[in-house]
Design a protein around this ligand. Structure first.
Ligand SMILES: C[S@@+](CC[C@H](N)C(=O)[O-])C[C@H]1O[C@@H](n2cnc3c(N)ncnc32)[C@H](O)[C@@H]1O
Length: 336
């Protein structure tokens, strides 16, 4: 994801060096760009002109994609980047990383399956709201029968001891909040949403477009604002008679560490369940609860319900590895 989960400031070159490792499963093109930036003092100096949060690797790469960076070796990309820097910097200053990864709906479905319905959903950091359409997509967990119908089909390979979902949830109300919600009927927002995907992952672009088409039939209500500030009013607007569930998928990592904990506390106070899919280091209560648990395929990202870890998940939701107490398969996941 290229974010900064523990909130520690480090040099820009180091940030890109780490991103080159983290992006290995995401995009070969971006790995080459990350390595190129990390080893180039002049490019790092340009990036350092930007506010720290706007130097993020994923953001730079999305801006380059939006502005039609050439498909070429790093030396040519580097010359383009330096020549185009004023344009790149202007967009990087005004945009933020808002990748709306519909693949995360597969692990989300697995967590929602553990909450009695009907459900009312509030997504924090909803981007364009695609994950709020979790009940409108089709799913295939391993070799199990398909859940739902139509496109996109979200495929998820699981490992470990746990219960994969068998049905879609009943969602009676949904809304989202984002600092800058993206509108699926705005050409500039759609271009940004698509630029947020790596240029060498056409299957993710196809999935995004299919999900956008499904969501556009009846788009969820999205409000502009800060997640923590908006949460009480959104919760008050939810209907009674439904389980209120707050979703935070790749979002809390962008809040400061105290605000992340406050979101968890507030959910308890509001009587809401909270599903998180965040880097391990971003949420100390989830990280601490991992002690004594194990899963066949560890990952930097954890799916948790009310801060109880359920599974390790790949960054884009296509792999899920159930956590269980060491020596007691299924304790952490199957019994919730
Ligand atoms: C990486 S995107 C994840 C989007 C979506 N949850 C998903 O999983 O596909 C993070 C989103 O959080 C939003 N965001 C960051 N800080 C926020 C804040 N303090 N309040 C509300 N939204 C925020 C960003 O604008 C961005 O759209």
């Amino acid at each position: 994801m290229g974010s900064d989960p523990d909130g520690k400031a480090s040099g820009t070159a180091d940030w890109y060096r780490r991103a080159a490792v983290e992006l290995a499963q995401t995009s070969e093109v971006q790995v080459a760009w990350a390595r190129g930036v990390a080893g180039d003092d002049a490019v790092v100096a340009l990036l350092d002109e930007l506010p720290r949060e706007h130097r993020q690797p994923s953001l730079l790469f999305s801006v380059m994609h939006l502005l039609d960076v050439p498909e070429a070796p790093w030396s040519e990309v580097r010359d383009w980047l330096v020549a185009e820097w004023p344009r790149v910097a202007a967009v990087a200053r005004e945009r933020r990383t808002q990748t709306n990864e519909v693949g995360r709906c597969a692990p989300l479905l697995a967590a929602l399956d553990r909450i009695p319905g009907p459900l009312a959903l509030i997504e924090l950091g909803a981007s364009a709201g695609l994950c709020l359409g979790v009940d409108r997509y089709a799913y295939r967990f391993d070799d199990e029968p398909m859940i739902g119908h139509g496109e996109p089909v979200l495929v998820c390979a699981t490992s470990g001891e746990g219960r994969a979902p068998t049905a879609l949830p009943e969602i009676v109300w949904r809304c989202g909040v984002d600092l800058a919600p993206l509108a699926l009927d705005d050409a500039g927002d759609v271009a940004w949403l698509e630029a947020l995907l790596p240029p060498d992952r056409p299957e993710r672009l196809a999935r995004l477009r299919a999900a956008s088409a499904r969501l556009a039939e009846d788009p969820p209500h999205l409000v502009a604002g800060d997640a923590l500030e908006a949460l009480p009013a959104l919760a008050a607007a939810a209907p009674s008679g439904a389980s209120l569930v707050v979703l935070a998928l790749g979002t809390l990592v962008y809040l400061d560490p105290a605000a992340r904990l406050e979101v968890l506390r507030l959910c308890g106070e509001l009587g809401a369940r909270i599903v998180t899919l965040e880097p391990v280091a971003a949420l100390p209560p989830v990280r601490d609860a991992l002690a004594g648990l194990s899963a066949p395929e560890p990952s930097p990202f954890v799916l948790a319900l009310d801060a109880v870890p359920l599974a390790y998940v790949s960054a884009h939701g296509d792999r899920l590895s159930w956590l269980s107490a060491v020596g007691q398969p299924g304790v952490a996941s199957g019994q919730l």
